[in-house]
Design a binder for this molecule. Structure first.
Ligand code: ADP
Length: 467
């Protein structure tokens, strides 16, 4: 059976309150009963003491007669007197167990044989019968026990007080049960409404309707959950938007080379007898298809990087050697543009995947050349900052405006579109670089270049420490 949260809470609350009332009332009832018994006992002891004094007085005042005879002679008179003084029925027994006096001789006598035999052995004994307490105590003479005195005390007032108290607890228990049910239902209705509201929100997200704001404005765990759901909704939306943009961009980027290829293919068909035209068109087709191929490669790489942790084999890499090697590989390009390369490299070792590092720095150096000015400069340096190694690539190129610095790491984002196109740029290079850096647990940022000209790319990785 599926029990809703509302019912679970209500039943729990009702159970808890009932339990508390039951424990409390039984403690109180026990206390009351004990108090009543003590009161009763002490007032009966008092009566017995008074009676004892009166009987002793009577016993020693006259001529000495045997106890049995004394009881026979004085019993009824004493019982009447003690009865009217105490306001309870009084019975007097001789040591043979015979009744010698009864303040209410007409009333029926209770069977107190057991208690009487006890009392005849000089002990106090009592028993209750309905609303009456029969209290039997030994009476002392001058030479040992004289007989037994019995007080029949009414328990009616006590019992009815006890009953009233019991009813009070029963009714208050019932009242509490009803109230806790109502309260529990009312309170939990509100909580359950909040929860089902959150459930509706998740349904909306599932159907692609993202939330404009958190559904619940409360300062408790449900409020936190609500803002968590809202954050999740925002994140999913941003992710989907980014994917959509990526898809739009990539379609657009594919279109340019494809249009060129198609146009050149048409030209070849139209002028199939013109060898110059055929040569030019086929070379254009070759150029554009290479560009298309690279574009597809990079896009696939980027999406694979986002999805899987591709081949990643971290190892200790001597970063200065790697950078020296890359500078050497780019020498042809730098020479062509008359760019001077300065290197300030220290022998640092970092723990990373060598291929990823090659990719990262090749891209950054390539950009430093691509977006440089004629006869510009590039400086590559490395330095240690606490536990990290920082590699800085500075160029004296066209620079990146401060407001664009965050965005250049987004896929397809290009500032210098003309220049990028000329050099075959797609706007994917830095997006890929950032992915690679993050996969190697590093960080990358861009700042302005030395003296406010050009750009400075700063990449940081954890230093490799020998242990
Ligand atoms: P692209 O393939 O177009 O070079 P990137 O992702 O490598 O794509 O770079 C994104 C954009 O950032 C480039 O189009 C360019 O506008 C700018 N950029 C990158 N590196 C530099 C740099 N060193 N100096 C100036 N601008 C740069």
């Amino acid at each position: 059976m599926r029990l809703s949260l509302k019912w679970k809470f209500t039943l729990f609350l009702a159970g808890l309150l009932l339990f508390t009332i039951a424990v409390l009332s039984s403690l109180i009832m026990n206390g009351v009963a004990r108090y009543q018994r003590n009161q009763m006992e002490s007032s009966l002891e008092q009566l017995v003491n008074t009676a004892q004094i009166r009987v002793t007085q009577q016993y020693i005042s006259g001529t000495r007669i045997p106890p049995q005879t004394f009881m026979n002679v004085e019993g009824q008179k004493l019982a009447n007197e003690l009865g009217s003084n105490s306001g309870t029925r009084v019975l007097l027994y001789g040591m043979n167990g015979q009744v010698f006096g009864d303040s209410l001789p007409m009333a029926t006598k209770a069977d107190v044989a057991d208690a009487l035999s006890f009392a005849l052995q000089n002990k106090i004994a009592y028993l209750t019968e309905g609303d009456t307490l029969h209290y039997l105590a030994p009476l002392q003479g001058t030479d040992g026990q004289l007989g037994v005195i019995q007080f029949d005390s009414s328990l009616f007032a006590q019992n009815s007080f006890y009953q009233q108290l019991l009813h009070l607890f029963l009714y208050s228990g019932l009242g509490v049960l009803v109230i806790s049910f109502l309260f529990g239902q009312f309170y939990m209705n509100r909580q359950a409404a909040a929860i089902s509201r959150l459930k509706t929100e998740t349904d909306h997200i599932r159907m692609g309707q993202y939330l404009p704001s958190p559904g619940l404005a409360r300062k408790d765990e449900l409020g936190e959950l609500s803002s968590g759901i809202f954050d999740m909704s925002q994140a999913i939306k941003a992710n989907l938007d980014a994917q959509k943009q990526f898809f739009d961009n990539i379609s657009h980027e594919f279109k340019t080379p494809l249009t060129a290829i198609k146009a050149n293919a048409d030209l070849m068909q139209m002028y199939d007898d013109d060898p110059v035209m055929i040569r030019e068109s086929s070379s254009a087709i070759a150029h554009e298809s290479t560009r298309l191929y690279e574009l597809v490669e990079t896009a696939l790489h980027l999406s694979a990087l986002e999805k899987y942790s591709f081949d990643n084999h971290p190892e200790p890499v001597q970063i200065d050697e790697l950078l020296e090697d890359l500078c050497l590989r780019l020498k042809g390009k730098t020479d062509k543009s008359g760019i001077t390369l300065h290197k300030r490299l220290a022998p640092f070792i970092i723990w990373a995947d060598r291929n990823s590092l090659t990719h990262i720095f090749l891209n950054l150096l390539d950009n430093a050349i691509k977006y440089n000015i004629q006869n510009g400069e590039i400086t590559v340096q490395s330095r240690q900052i606490e536990q990290e190694i920082e590699i800085v690539i500075q160029d004296t190129g066209i620079g990146i405006p401060p407001e664009e610095r965050k965005r250049i790491f987004e896929p397809f984002y290009t500032i210098h579109a003309d220049r990028a196109r000329q050099t075959g740029g797609t706007g994917l290079g830095l997006a890929l670089v950032r992915q690679f850096v993050e996969k190697q647990n590093g960080t990358i940022r861009v700042e302005e270049g030395p003296d406010g000209h050009g750009s400075t790319f700063v990449v940081r990785f954890r230093a490799y420490t020998f242990e």
